[in-house]
Design a protein around this ligand. Structure first.
Ligand SMILES: NC(=O)C1=CN([C@@H]2O[C@H](COP(=O)(O)OP(=O)(O)OC[C@H]3O[C@@H](n4cnc5c(N)ncnc54)[C@H](O)[C@@H]3O)[C@@H](O)[C@H]2O)C=CC1
Ligand code: BAL
Length: 507
């Protein structure tokens, strides 16, 4: 499916029928309190709609319904291939509604329509399909045992799960979590980020149309304190999977400890190094990867390459080429298919990123910002792809997750220094090394403490490879791949005594 023109996207956006309710027990409903919140297009300041603002009482209701669904087995006890069929039908419905979902995603988040059409929606479908296709091919185990017993090790769905989501990839992060959770047979209570609720609500409606039984997938819009915390503290939620900041992620450990010791999986922040050694081949290609890694999705990406650790011998040439590639990352109306950098997600986030730029002493490339306001209210803003030289790895711009299009450059003189700086961070999500020396590449991949290390490229792997972090980037499990399945299942041992009754008396 090719891209449309900007006018055509504008026309779709103008005629959308946006969801406004929470999606609980198989349908849209207002929050029990009756409260709503405004959702705004951060690229224009236009109010898109008012959405139900859920609270603890809505969480209680959704969990009660999700538990009912889990216990009566309408989904959890179905044959895996039946669950597969429903999820594949959902993928077909998402495909049929792909254009509408892409436009909603773009206007709700400031992401470019280009990315929504070419990455977010197709990857969402791919992810759901992958987990659907996998689920009827996963076998349980029989342990090695003597002749007089048999021990089975079986995986069971963990139960009712809470999924607390970020705003940077609203649909895709939903898919990363509901894909394996629903395939495993869990019932799910989702809290999307308040900034970007709309596509999750629409997807839940499509899931019902696909045949997902009611109450298995519930979407509760609302704030972190109002919905996220009650999910974290709920006594009848069996596990929580979270993606977002490290500060908020850690709170879920306290919530769990102070409630029912629910399992917690955290996918959190990153300050990801990209190392370029003096022997890196084809600096133009290296620059293209670095620029893509740093500025894709406006840098609103936990795996963004945000620290460039570059050998002094190639620094000047690399920066020249980075400057050239950065020109292709034009800022503009997110609904224009030519735009590669849209608006930052919210006024608060725009202000945060600008605050970091204010601290930059040596801006090498970019640095311009442009706030969006409408009707006297601040809404969001645009930030140019920006490269700053920092005095060293101790500077704030080298240590803190900016989550915007800002690349900090640190010069080094050798390999050991590069690795040491790469590891000198509280985070450990992703890293890249660019070198033509294969042994050095593998040594670096082993030495860097991060969940994903790419060699001569930037990337996150794909659906078949686990994604998650070391250190304060991750806790408790991995998204993607069959390892994601581990989050949403638990192991049970079934031990069966086969001894002949007459052979063995039991006291
Ligand atoms: N690793 C990642 O993918 C992401 C990282 N971030 C980082 O976090 C920074 C702040 O962005 P936020 O949207 O505020 O991230 P956040 O981590 O606070 O939000 C993520 C989710 O947690 C919920 N939440 C917030 N406070 C909560 C609480 N007290 N209890 C339970 N749930 C809560 C939010 O409503 C949202 O659904 C960003 O500037 C960025 O550095 C943000 C989004 C994604
Ligand atoms: N890049 C996918 C994971 C995240 O940014 O949260």
């Amino acid at each position: 499916m090719g891209l449309l023109t900007k006018d055509e996207y504008d026309s779709i956006a103008a005629n959308l029928d946006l969801p406004t309710g929470a999606f609980i027990d198989g349908g849209y409903r207002p929050a029990i309190s009756g409260q709503v919140f405004e959702t705004v297009n951060p690229a224009t300041g236009a109010v898109l709609t008012n959405i139900a603002a859920c609270g603890a009482e809505d969480v209680d209701f959704a969990v009660e319904k999700a538990r009912e669904a889990f216990e009566d087995g309408r989904w959890s006890k179905t044959h895996p291939s039946d669950r597969k069929d429903v999820l594949i039908r959902l993928c077909k419905l998402i495909t049929r509604n792909a254009r509408e979902l892409a436009v909603i995603e773009s206007i709700d988040s400031g992401k470019t329509i280009y990315d929504c059409e070419t990455v977010d929606v197709p990857e969402t479908i791919h992810c759901l399909k992958w987990h659907a296709e996998a689920i009827d091919k996963i076998y349980d185990q029989v342990s090695p045992a003597s002749d007089d017993h048999i021990a089975m090790v079986v995986r069971e769905p963990i139960g009712v799960v809470g999924l607390v989501l970020p705003w940077n990839f609203p649909l895709l992060m939903l898919a990363w979590k509901i894909g394996p959770a629903l395939a495993a047979g869990c019932s799910v209570v989702v809290k999307p980020a308040m900034e970007t609720t709309l596509t999750a609500l629409r997807l839940a409606e499509l899931a019902m149309e696909a045949g997902l039984p009611r109450s298995v997938l519930n979407i509760l819009p609302g704030g972190g304190a109002e919905v996220g915390e009650p999910i974290g503290r709920h006594m009848d939620i069996d596990m929580v999977s979270f993606t977002g900041s490290t500060v908020t992620g850690k709170r879920f450990l306290s919530y769990s400890a102070e409630s029912n010791a629910k399992e917690v999986v955290l996918e959190m922040g990153g300050k990801n190094p990209a190392i370029v050694m003096e022997d890196a081949e084809n600096l133009d290609r290296v620059a293209a990867h670095i620029v893509n890694g740093a500025f894709w999705n406006m840098g609103e990406n936990c795996s963004a390459s945000s620290r460039l650790i570059v050998h002094k011998d190639v620094k000047a040439e690399l920066l020249e080429r980075i400057a050239h590639h950065t020109k292709q990352w034009n800022i503009g109306d997110p609904l224009d298919p030519e735009t590669r950098m849209g608006a930052l997600v919210s006024e608060a986030h725009y202000t945060k990123v600008c605050g970091y730029l204010d601290q930059a002493e040596n801006v090498l490339i970019g640095g311009k910002t442009d706030a969006v306001s409408s009707g006297g209210k601040a809404a969001g803003g645009f930030v140019e792809a920006t490269v700053v030289e920092v005095p060293g790895n101790d500077s704030t711009l080298a240590r803190e997750e900016i989550f915007g299009p800002v690349l900090s450059v640190i010069e080094v003189s050798g390999y050991d220094e590069a690795i040491s700086i790469a590891n000198d961070t509280e985070y450990g999500l992703c890293a890249s090394i660019f070198t033509s020396n294969a042994k050095r590449a593998i040594r670096a991949a082993r030495a860097i403490r991060a969940g994903t290390v790419t060699v001569n490229s930037f990337g996150e792997g794909d659906i078949s490879t686990p994604f998650g972090g070391y250190k304060q980037s991750g806790f408790g499990g991995r998204d993607n791949s069959l390892h994601a399945h581990d989050q949403y299942t638990q192991l049970k041992t079934i031990w069966i005594d086969l001894a002949d009754d007459e052979d063995e008396a039991v006291d």
